[in-house]
Design a protein around this ligand. Sequence first.
Ligand code: TYM
Length: 350
Amino acid sequence: KRVIFSGIQPTGVPQLGNYLGALQNWVKLQDSQRAQDEMYLSIVGLHALTVPQKAAQLRQEKWDMLAAILAIGIHPDKTVVFFQEDMPQHLELAWILACCTSMGKLNRMTTWKGKLAALQSASESGEATITSSEASSLNLGLFSYPVLQAADILLYKATHVPVGEDQVQHLELARDLAETFNRHHATGQRYFAPPAHLITPTKRVLSLRDATQKMSKSSTDINSRILLTDEPEAIRKKLKGAVTDSERRISFDPEARRGVSNLLRICAALDESRDAHGWAELVNERGGGSGMLKSVTGDVVLAKLEGVQKEIKRIKGDKAYLEKVARDGAARARERAERTMREVREMVGF
Ligand code: TYM
């Protein structure tokens, strides 16, 4: 029996990286489930609070994210979809796991290490002194972020966690904590099975503006990403500005031609009738060059997003339906989560 769990932060409309690295794969997994399998998807508001959020915006964005998830094909009859913040059990388990986590391990997590290093190097080079708002960006919540993520997963006793490449280190910690918990509290029995990660072929969609970076919702350059809700003209414009190279002949070579290969990979993931090499061939048949590659990529992206965008608009307008999905999802998730917590409370000695 497979129990699939994954999560996404509610901050902003999903970008193409989220879609290809996670959402599209979720739909495939949902549709290939066997009767005994279970699937849970959580919109993780508690994780979003680790960086400053405006309340009104967050309130809007969590419902928009739910609408987007349903619009791409997640069906509440087949998948339990819920808001993490409706479930206090996540925090309760996170605390218990926090007491199994060494500070050293969390210090090595790349998100934390990266932020810390950036701030330290800025202050050492004398460019800037650390302001209080920067210091509070290094908050306790951000530090313990991966522990809450492990709690999300283990609460449902998930066996498989589909994520993009940037989440692999967090998954390693979740496996680690499953084992530590078992040793400390389950007298070495396998109470929590270490969850496996499922990585999509498009595990790392790159920024359109800098092919050394992943495409991200939080980058300050809005032209670096395509949002699921972008207008066709905006999509064409962003693709026109994508970094590629000036070679006439298009080829798939992810090492030497990162920008070009990123676009080919996007085409192959959105339209599986050809692989990335096949898309390169098609572009060459039409005369080749970056301009043609961008035009073909635009066609593929627009063809795919047109239907998704219509659905997002339609579902967003039906607040009563969204609220019902969230309520039902939380009720089903709660049942599973409470079962785990009853056992966990017993095991730790409460
Ligand atoms: P988040 O919200 O940043 O991203 C959601 C999913 O999208 C994937 N992703 C990408 N994949 C490929 N290329 C990209 N450029 C790209 N950008 C994002 C991410 O890998 C992720 O799968 N911490 C998680 C949320 C979370 C979670 C969990 C996930 C909380 N609890 C439990 C799994 C299980 C996050 O911030 O994802």
